[in-house]
Design a protein around this ligand. Structure first.
Ligand code: DC
Length: 231
């Protein structure tokens, strides 16, 4: 079967895969696509419509009326009906909304089609949970990025401290949060977080960002050459 011109980068939250996918896309001059931002955006939009308990039909109908745009301008990551969600999706409570609504079949189907349409016209590095398994099972290059929950919780604490240096953060609570979210992502029925059989596992717990980027570039280029894909 023909390979798709996508580099799939999956893994749990806090594994650093967003930064890595972005660095890789910059290095190879490809488009970076952050699918978590889409689940976060729809989490907010659907919650405003009070659809937490909504049926699949109700959710599908609500989604059919939305005009969702990914990177409509250089400054906007994602918008819906002209409203910019770039900053709103990074608020703390949105993680929970994204996690809840990402379990709805109608949401996953809608975003599956949206993500596939984005990759039609360009080679991209797409980052998420199910890119190599469900969205692009024929992606020519797949990575599964992870790190220990201690390392991921510490990265989260560092991020929060950078945003608000005067805040106090409980490491154990944050670690429990990270582990609970992994469990939910791995145990959900549709498109759970799972390493694709043909994905390269990259544990970044003891790797510097430079080491990770070098490895990603090396493997992507080798795969592209092997499969005659022009990056
Ligand atoms: O990567 P993130 O933390 O921004 O993702 C937010 C939520 O969306 C998270 O609970 C997992 C979910 N998600 C998903 O189910 N599938 C994806 N491809 C990307 C994110």
């Amino acid at each position: 079967m023909e390979k798709e011109k996508v580099i799939a980068m999956d893994g749990p939250s806090g594994s650093g895969k967003s930064t890595m996918a972005k660095n890789l896309a910059d290095k190879l001059d490809l488009t970076f696509i952050d699918t978590g931002s889409m689940f976060r955006t729809l989490g907010i939009v659907l919650d405003r419509l009070n659809l937490k308990e909504g049926s699949d039909e109700e959710i599908a109908q609500a989604l059919a009326n939305l005009n969702i745009e990914y990177m409509p301008t250089a400054d906007i990551l994602i918008s819906v009906d002209g409203e910019d969600f770039t900053d709103k999706i990074r608020e703390h409570h949105v993680s929970e909304l994204a996690s809840i609504y990402s379990q709805k079949p109608a949401v996953r189907t809608f975003l599956l089609n949206f993500q596939r349409s984005l990759a039609k016209s360009r080679v991209c590095v797409m980052e998420g949970r199910d890119i190599g398994t469900v969205v692009f099972p024929q992606a020519f290059c797949k990575f599964f990025v992870t790190a220990s929950s201690d390392v991921r919780a510490q990265r989260r604490v560092d991020q929060l401290k950078e945003k608000d240096p005067s805040g106090t953060y409980n490491f154990e609570e944050i670690k429990a949060d990270v582990e609970a979210r992994d469990k939910k992502d791995m145990e959900r029925e549709i498109a759970p977080l799972k390493q694709a059989d043909d994905a390269l596992l990259l544990d970044t717990s003891n790797m510097s960002p430079e080491e990770v980027l070098n490895k990603l570039v090396e493997v992507s280029k080798a795969k592209a050459t092997e499969l005659n894909i022009n990056l």
